[in-house]
Design a protein around this ligand. Sequence first.
Ligand code: AMP
Ligand code: MG
Length: 348
Amino acid sequence: MKTIIAKADNENDIDVLNKAAEIIRSGGLVAFPTETVYGLGGDGLDPAAAKKIYAAKGRPSDNPLILHISHISQLRPLVREIPVSAEKLIKEFWPGPLTLIFKKADIVPYETTGGLDTVAVRFPENRIAQRFITLCGRPIAAPSANSSGRPSPTRASHVEFDLSGKIDMIIDGGHCEFGLESTIVDVSEDKPCLLRPGSVTVEMLEEVLGPIDIDKAVTAKPEAGERPKAPGMKYTHYSPAAKVIIVRGNEENMIKRINELISHTDKSLKTGVIASEETKDRYIADEVLVTGSRENTAQIASNLFKMLRKCDHHNIDVVFAEGLSENELGMAIMNRLKKAAGYEIYDV
Ligand code: AMP
Ligand code: MG
């Protein structure tokens, strides 16, 4: 299949978006920009489209898809009930980078939910995404538009690299503002529970809801055979081909330990460091990749996946990543880094 790649500079690029919507309505797949990462969209109520999504990504079919809507009125038909906690979160954070898990209504096929009786729903803020979903006239099932296991795409070129020839169309809407996948909160049970950290932080959620539960898989490696509440959290993820090792602690100790580890690395291997603006000149690695200033975690989040992908393009074999403290946005960044590192962390 030849993948159409079309630029859309804003939500008024109506020819491109009409073409994309027509593809969705006839059962095809379209990658589109959102404020988190690029999504791989298909008709959210069509089991055949869900199957195509899993096949294109090489995604295990027990890893459910998020349904994207472009108006609040599209939520009610998808879910059994809207609990008070959900109403509060919706009022505060939708449209935006927050996905909510509800008990599913019968019209949502099990192919979309990976066999679960719950459904994940998000109302994205990105205007191109909103206009595209509206033109499709139905909820759009969309996981991240990467090959399963690879870092999520934050540029159309990342999608093209992973999925060209496997999907019908890519809408190129530039880079994604937040750069990390949405926060996921399960509101289907009595106490809201964070399943995946993202740009809507625990601190922001608790300001609205009071104390919430945090699924173990958010910060720690799932035990063998354990099933995290968000099935996707059990898979290795975000991995470049390079081996990723996190070093975390006081800045000077971190720099010293990373340089020691580099000097002990086999000379035939190409080394890299994922560093900050403040520390970038301190390393003896073959290559230093800068995500942003340590004062600006939003910038680090927005560049993280791009840098993980860069490791591959630059044939880096081992990459050391500076750890961050796990509060606010640091929790989401460290969650992705830990998964990329297979939880290999040195505390210094
Ligand atoms: P992605 O869209 O690629 O970021 O992946 C979607 C994430 O949402 C995965 O981690 C899924 O496991 C999670 N997810 C989707 N639907 C549900 C659900 N019904 N219950 C729990 N987690 C879900
Ligand atoms: Mg994904």
